[in-house]
Design a protein around this ligand. Sequence first.
Ligand SMILES: Nc1ncnc2c1ncn2[C@@H]1O[C@H](COP(=O)(O)OP(=O)(O)OP(=O)(O)O)[C@@H](O)[C@H]1O
Ligand SMILES: [Mg+2]
Length: 328
Amino acid sequence: MATAQQLKALIESYTEHDPERFLSVASQIAAHAARAGKIKLSDELCKLIEEARKKQNKQPLLSRSIPIAQPSGDLSGLFSASFPKTRLSDMVLDSELKQRLERVIFEYRQVDRLHSHGLSPRRKLLLVGPSGCGKSMTASALAGELELPLLTVQFHILITKFMGETAAKLRLIFESMKQSRGIYLFDEFDAIGAHRHTGQDVGEIRRVLNSFLVFLEQDDSMSIIIAATNLEDFLDNALFRRFDDTLRYNIPTPSMTRQLIENRFSNFSIVRLNWNLILESTKDMTHADIVKACEDAAKEAVLDERKKIISTELKQALTQRRRPIINS
Ligand SMILES: Nc1ncnc2c1ncn2[C@@H]1O[C@H](COP(=O)(O)OP(=O)(O)OP(=O)(O)O)[C@@H](O)[C@H]1O
Ligand SMILES: [Mg+2]
């Protein structure tokens, strides 16, 4: 019979939802029975364990690996984890971009169906476009929609902090993708490009880029990998080829700007807003700056104890937020 310790371990593994530990304790009980001469019981237990393992391997892919909490051990300092609640509907996107992101979500949810036909979902994405147009927000929205953790790797920190061992650190990150399903965002991906031209340690940067490309190509995990950059110029063809999709972001059109402002002021009254004046003031502004200007105007209204947003105030906030855009 099982020892008291083994019974306790079985119950603990059950309450902790740890099927691996459960089966490992069950194997110990089977071995214990064999040693005690209870061969029939041992054989029966072994068969049950084998069947359980087979069933476990048949579980849908999406329910297998467990999302990680904050990275620890070797992974600490390499990326930060968060669990965003952002949804795609929180974003204002042009219809093509929206469709492409919906397709990423749809394909990822259908991974078992695709795999059964030897196909894979789109999960290696390159996001390109000016600052403040929604690249990082997209990573959050995908995480929110797919209920996955968002693991953000700041590329320039990776390169500067771990100079000389960046490729080894990258390997750890790519290994983590297999174990812990998530959205892995390589932000400021252009850090590689920026460093490539500085003259210092060109060899190291080249090695990092090459390692990244090799790891990316070999990756067959269930994680979504996103690289985001402002600078399209430094991205060569070798890079584009390795991604399943390249998504381009741009400053909002007037109708998108209007939607952005309407969303932002959903709790305020904007019926009398002078749209011609406002849209004139938002020309060439990024989503991020428009949103911030709306928040400035909202604060003024709240502090003034009114629900109504005043056109001239919003125009002033927009003018103050206006800054030159860094084009890709
Ligand atoms: N498409 C969008 N729809 C709604 N809000 C947006 C959109 N894009 C940006 N914003 C607002 O601007 C903020 C900053 O955007 P985000 O961080 O995604 O920009 P980014 O493209 O990643 O910029 P960077 O290149 O500087 O990292 C968001 O948190 C959000 O408030
Ligand atoms: Mg960003």
